[in-house]
Each structure stands twice: as structure tokens, then as C-alpha cells.
Design a protein around this ligand. Structure first.
Ligand code: B12
Ligand code: SF4
Length: 583
């Protein structure tokens, strides 16, 4: 009988609160409010996501396990009383003191329990001196765990069906989570100099799902189980492997199931597959690393980013441009030019992040050789505060924090609330899709799945899949409508209010007379925005940048997949990363 029992845990909360073990700034368990719509106050959408790796790992081993996500300290220590042989903790670098506390507690009270560490935090070079542990996995975890427990490493991976986001607030109003998340693979082959998600996996893309058909099957399961029809795709460069994306589109087209996806892609890959393909595929939001005006990376070289983003937005694809501050070439003038440059790219959302040499990346190694790495405690290494290297033109730590804050503020004042941009893009895209569809029908054009473009035929060809997609686009556009009234009322300046008014006019022109329920939703959301605004003011008086929300603890038990034990252990064809064993 297999008597092992694993507890999979994330680090303990609260998150984004400064205490002995963690930081406030930059450390909220949220994406948008923390690093994209920061400084947008009441307009910032609030979402949190599960710690996906935990569920994936628990689902794919032969051993019985429990996932404990977002525990408070007492939840974690209470859970340990249930008796586990192994505790596996997933963490990132700035949470190292939280893992330290957890591991020391286990060593003190449960000395026989094995501690296994995994996730991006394992790149810390002197980890063994900080956190007591028995094993650590630096890389892909499913095959690592299967090897550890003597399971069949090559058995297909079962993708968990997970609710996403775990919470969702807009203008203070909670709404039901309508989506799910998919992680088709980890790592990226591009190996950009600074990129930890590429170097963590040794510049490889390691698939977790074999292809587009498997992605589609996960979507279908999520739809059956959760009613989900939109998906956050966590794959560093989803479009690079376009065979997978083509297969996914084929499957959706055959069964007329127009799911929508939010994903990451480099500009070069977007250019290669083209905007029409993305629209058919249902990419509703895309995250593109633009990094710098100087186009220092191959993925953006020779691409007119402004033109590319204009085209994507005209077709309804919400664009998030992500950029880095404090490149070596930045000084007081060029850093401001950089900020203006990215705002001028005119995307819906912008992420600003301070340049950060993570251990294992070529950037880190080069700076180490140049003796430019600074001793900044790991708890502060989250990309929103002091740089951990000596910058030629910015030495004061306060500058590192202030320029970043200023960048978010400046973007907000110039472009207004991002939610208005998103509404405009969604609506324009829907209208364009209708127009394009009608034109194609009139001209007799149809989709060539091989060449990824529309081509003229002798006769018009019905396109029922695209008709369904257009309905989805319309619903998506209407979802944004209620946000426009609070965006108008709380707009930061006259320019932003004019912009919101013009988007409101566009809606009434395009959608005709709006339904009473839509107007009612707008009014309710505006009332909620007043309450949220008050809450933000109170939290500012208390010295915080805004309200810090916390995800609730999530506990799931897994029976373990005994079939993984049935096959004798083959030497995995997948490269497993070196283990670091301590004590
Ligand atoms: C989703 C996400 C978040 C979510 C977190 C959700 C959550 N509940 O944890 C949100 C948006 C809230 C978030 C916030 C932050 N994040 Co974040 N986030 C990601 C993102 C985009 C995806 C992670 C993911 O789930 N991938 C899918 C899973 C399946 O893959 P995986 O996590 O890599 O897991 C695999 C292996 O790593 C391994 N593994 C993982 N855990 C474990 C555990 C064990 C025991 C074992 C054996 C193996 C193992 O096995 C898994 C399967 O192969 C990554 C970037 C990326 N593309 O990976 C950044 C990333 C992890 N985040 C990062 C950072 C820095 C942050 C923030 C500080 C904000 C910021 N400045 O970027 C905050 C901190 C929040 C906090 N309080 O902890 C960095 C971490 C860098 C580092 N070296 O530590 C990353 C890599 C982004 C980056 N490029 O800088 N983030
Ligand atoms: S393309 Fe993106 S994910 Fe890939 S290495 Fe470069 S920055 Fe990293």
C-alpha cells in the first residue's frame, strides 16, 4: 500500500501586507491592480488567480494529496496536523521568508516530514542556507514528482479544471467568475537576456498538453463543469507553436464552439500569424512584451508596433503592452521618453516593471561579472521597488520606486481608465467583425486554414462558426457597457471624460436603444463605485496606496492516480532538471 500523503501549499497570507515575512508594494495577489492598472484607483479591475501549479501537480501523481491554496498561518499549521509524509511548497523569490517560516515550523514540529520546494523561488542561489528542505525542483514539476515517487513519467498529463479568476470586482462590485485557466506548456525557446520564464526551463518550451485538440478538450471539460467559455492561457508564447493554435481553431470550427482566450505572445509571432487568425481563434486580450523604444530584442525588431496594435485593436483584440524601466541606457530624459513612447503606442493596457536581473539569466550573469549586483534582500525583489543592481544613472532607491509609480500615474492621466479603452476596443472589434463578415459574403471570400487568410471563391461560402463568434463578441462588448458611467463620473480629467463620452455615444449608435437592464446595471455600478471610492480614501488615509484584497483559502483533496504505478518506471524522455538536495 502506498502510504505517502502530500500536502501541496502556496505560501501563507495575507498578501500585499507588510509584516515580518512579506511586503506591501508590488506583492498583492492580483495582476491588474498590482502591475497594470495600478494608480487607476476606483477604475482598476480587481482579480486574483489560483496557484495553478499546485492543482496540476496534485492531479498527476499516484500519491494521495491535498492542495491548500492561500492559507493563513493557522490554516497551514492546522492542516499539518492531518498527518502528511511530504509538504510541497510552491513559491516565488520575494516570498522566501514565508517559505522559511513554513519550513522551519515543519522541521521543529514534524521532523520526519520531507520538505519539497518548487517554483520560481528555487532559482535563489543560496536557498539551502535560508530555507531548510529535502528536495527542490528547478523546472517542470509533473515529471519531477512522478520520477520522485516512481510513477510513469511519460503518462499523459491530466489538466485540472479550475475556476478563474477566484474573485472579480469591478468598481467595487463582485461578479461571478466566468472563466477558467489553461497551461499548455511552460518555458520559451526565445531566451531573451532578462527573461526568467525562459531560463527557468533552460530555454526550452516543455509541453504539458500535446496539441490544440487537447487544449480544446480542456475547454470542453471546463465548460461542462463550470460553464466556462473564456480562458486565460498561461503559455509564454502561445502563438509560437502555431500548429497547436491551428488545431485548436479547427476543433472549435468543427464543433462551432467559439471559446475566447487571453494570452501572451511576442510581436513577431503575432505578425507571422496575422490579426484575422487571432480574431477567428478568439483571442480577446493579448499581452505583448514591447520592452523598449530601442527595440533591443529580436522579438520586436523591424516591427512597427504602433501599426500592429492599431490593427489588433480595430479587430477587437485588447492589447496589453508590457515595458521595462531602468535599462542601462535610461537617464532622467530617456526614461521619460520611454514612458511616453509606450503610452503613445496607444494600447488598452500598459504594464510597467523595473528591470530585474533574476539569477540564472544571462543578464544576471553579466551584471555579476561587472560587479554590479547589489545586496537587496530577496523579499524586496518583486520588480516594483529598489533595483537589485547598480544603475549608471539612477543610484537612489527612492527614484526606482517613484519613476515606476509616476509611469502608471502618467499613463492614467493621459489615457484615462483602461476599462474605457477595453470597452472601445471590444465594441469596435464587434462592429468590424460584422462589416468584414458581410463583405466576405458579398465577395464570396472564405477562410483558408492553411494560409491563414481569407480568399476569394467563385461562390459565397457560409461561415456559421464566425457568426457564432460575432455573437460572442457582441456579448463581450456589452459586458463593458455598465462600466462607462462610473468611468465618466470618476474620470481623472476633462480629456478622459470626453473620451468616455465618445465611447458612450459609439455604444448608443451601434447598439440602438439600450435595454433598461443595461441602464440599471450602470446606475448600480456607479453607486458601488462611490462606496469603493470612499474605501480607497480611507485606506489612503491609513497610508496605503489602495484597498488590499485577499483571496480566500481553497482546500481540495486528491485521491492520487494509482494507474501511474501500473507501468514500470521508464527513463523519462523529458529532461528533468537537476535536484538540489540538502542535509
Ligand atoms: C499567474 C502568475 C501570478 C499570479 C499569482 C497567482 C498565484 N496564486 O500564485 C499573480 C498575478 C497574482 C502574480 C503576482 C505576482 N507575481 Co507572478 N506570475 C504568474 C505567471 C504569469 C504564471 C505562473 C503560473 O501559474 N504558471 C503556470 C504553472 C503551471 O507553471 P509554473 O508556476 O511555472 O509551475 C511549474 C514549475 O514551475 C513547477 N513548480 C511550480 N511550483 C512547484 C512546486 C513544487 C513543490 C514542485 C516540485 C514544482 C513546482 O511545476 C509546474 C509545472 O511544471 C508567472 C509567469 C509565467 N509565465 O510563468 C509570473 C511570475 C511567477 N510572477 C512573478 C512575480 C515577480 C510576481 C509578483 C511579485 C508581481 C511582479 N512584480 O511580477 C507578484 C507577487 C504576488 C505574491 N504575493 O506572491 C515572477 C516570479 C519571478 C521569480 N523568480 O520569483 C514570474 C515568473 C513573472 C516574471 N517573469 O517575472 N503572479
Ligand atoms: S519571447 Fe517573451 S517569454 Fe520568450 S524569452 Fe522573450 S521575453 Fe521571455
Amino acid at each position: 500500500m502506498n502510504e505517502n500523503r502530500v500536502l501541496f501549499s502556496s505560501v501563507f497570507g495575507p498578501y500585499g501586507v507588510r509584516d515580518e515575512w512579506g511586503e506591501e508594494l508590488g506583492m498583492q495577489m492580483e495582476l491588474l491592480n498590482n502591475q497594470v492598472t495600478r494608480q487607476q484607483g476606483v477604475h482598476s479591475p480587481r482579480q486574483s488567480y489560483l496557484s495553478f501549479a499546485l492543482y496540476l501537480l496534485a492531479e498527476n501523481i499516484s500519491v494521495q494529496s491535498t492542495v491548500l491554496d492561500f492559507p493563513r498561518w493557522d490554516d497551514f499549521t492546522g492542516e499539518l496536523e492531518h498527518g502528511y509524509t511530504h509538504v510541497a511548497i510552491s513559491f516565488i523569490v520575494p516570498n522566501v521568508l514565508k517559505v522559511k517560516r513554513m519550513a522551519e515550523h515543519i522541521r521543529l514540529h514534524y521532523p520526519g516530514v520531507k520538505i519539497i520546494l518548487g517554483g520560481y523561488g528555487t532559482i535563489i542561489p543560496d536557498l539551502e542556507k535560508i530555507v531548510p528542505h529535502d528536495e527542490c525542483c528547478r523546472g517542470e514539476g509533473v515529471r519531477w514528482f512522478r520520477k520522485y515517487f516512481g510513477d510513469d513519467q511519460n503518462a499523459p498529463i491530466v489538466h485540472p479544471v479550475l475556476k478563474n479568476p477566484v474573485y472579480n470586482y469591478i468598481y467595487g462590485m463582485p461578479s461571478k467568475s466566468r472563466g477558467s485557466a489553461i497551461f499548455p506548456g511552460v518555458g520559451c525557446e526565445n531566451g531573451c537576456r532578462f527573461c526568467i520564464t525562459s531560463h527557468m526551463f533552460k530555454k526550452e518550451h516543455i509541453p504539458l498538453l500535446a496539441g490544440g485538440r487537447e487544449v480544446f478538450e480542456v475547454c470542453q471539460r471546463a465548460e461542462r463543469k463550470l460553464g466556462a467559455r473564456n480562458f486565460m492561457v498561461l503559455d509564454e508564447n502561445f502563438l509560437r507553436h502555431d500548429k497547436r493554435a491551428r488545431e485548436l481553431l479547427d476543433e472549435m470550427t468543427k464543433s462551432i464552439r467559439p471559446y475566447t482566450f487571453v494570452t501572451f505572445s511576442s510581436a513577431e509571432n503575432i505578425r507571422r500569424v496575422g490579426a484575422d487568425f487571432l480574431v477567428r481563434l478568439g483571442i480577446s486580450r493579448i499581452w505583448v512584451g514591447v520592452e523598449s523604444k530601442r527595440n533591443l530584442h529580436d522579438k520586436t525588431k523591424g516591427i512597427d508596433l504602433k501599426e500592429l496594435f492599431k490593427e489588433l485593436r480595430s479587430k477587437g483584440i485588447i492589447v496589453l503592452a508590457s515595458t521595462i524601466l531602468f535599462h542601462d541606457h535610461h537617464d532622467k530624459d530617456t526614461i521619460r521618453e520611454e514612458i511616453d513612447w509606450v503610452i503613445d503606442l496607444d494600447t488598452d493596457l500598459v504594464q510597467f516593471m523595473n528591470y530585474h536581473p533574476w539569477p540564472t539569466t544571462p543578464l544576471y550573469e553579466d551584471l555579476d561579472k561587472e560587479h554590479r549586483l547589489k545586496k537587496v534582500h530577496y523579499r524586496h525583489q518583486h520588480g516594483a521597488a529598489e533595483l537589485n543592481f547598480v544603475h549608471p544613472n539612477f543610484q537612489k532607491p527612492a527614484d526606482h520606486e517613484n519613476y515606476l509609480r509616476h509611469a502608471f500615474r502618467h499613463n492614467y492621466e493621459r489615457s484615462g481608465p483602461s476599462i474605457v479603452n477595453m470597452a472601445k476596443t471590444a465594441l469596435t472589434g464587434y462592429l468590424q467583425a460584422v462589416k468584414d463578415y458581410e463583405e466576405r459574403q458579398a465577395q464570396g471570400s472564405s477562410w483558408n486554414a492553411e494560409l491563414l487568410r481569407y480568399e476569394k471563391n467563385a461562390m459565397p461560402v457560409a461561415d456559421p462558426y464566425m457568426l457564432e463568434r460575432i455573437k460572442v463578441m457582441k456579448n463581450e462588448a456589452m459586458r463593458y457597457f455598465p462600466s462607462l458611467l462610473p468611468a465618466l463620473v470618476f474620470g481623472p480629467n476633462a480629456r478622459s471624460r470626453m473620451k468616455t463620452l465618445s465611447v458612450m455615444r459609439l455604444y448608443s449608435k451601434a447598439m440602438g436603444r439600450l435595454k433598461g437592464t443595461d441602464i440599471l446595471k450602470s446606475l448600480v455600478l456607479t453607486a458601488s463605485a462611490f462606496v469603493e471610492f470612499g474605501r480607497i480614501l480611507i485606506s489612503r488615509v491609513k497610508g496605503h496606496e489602495g484597498i488590499i484584497r485577499q483571496p480566500e483559502v481553497n482546500r481540495v483533496e486528491y485521491p492520487g492516480d494509482r494507474s501511474l504505478k501500473e507501468n514500470p518506471l521508464p527513463q523519462g524522455s523529458f529532461l528533468l532538471n537537476a535536484k538540489c538536495r540538502v542535509n
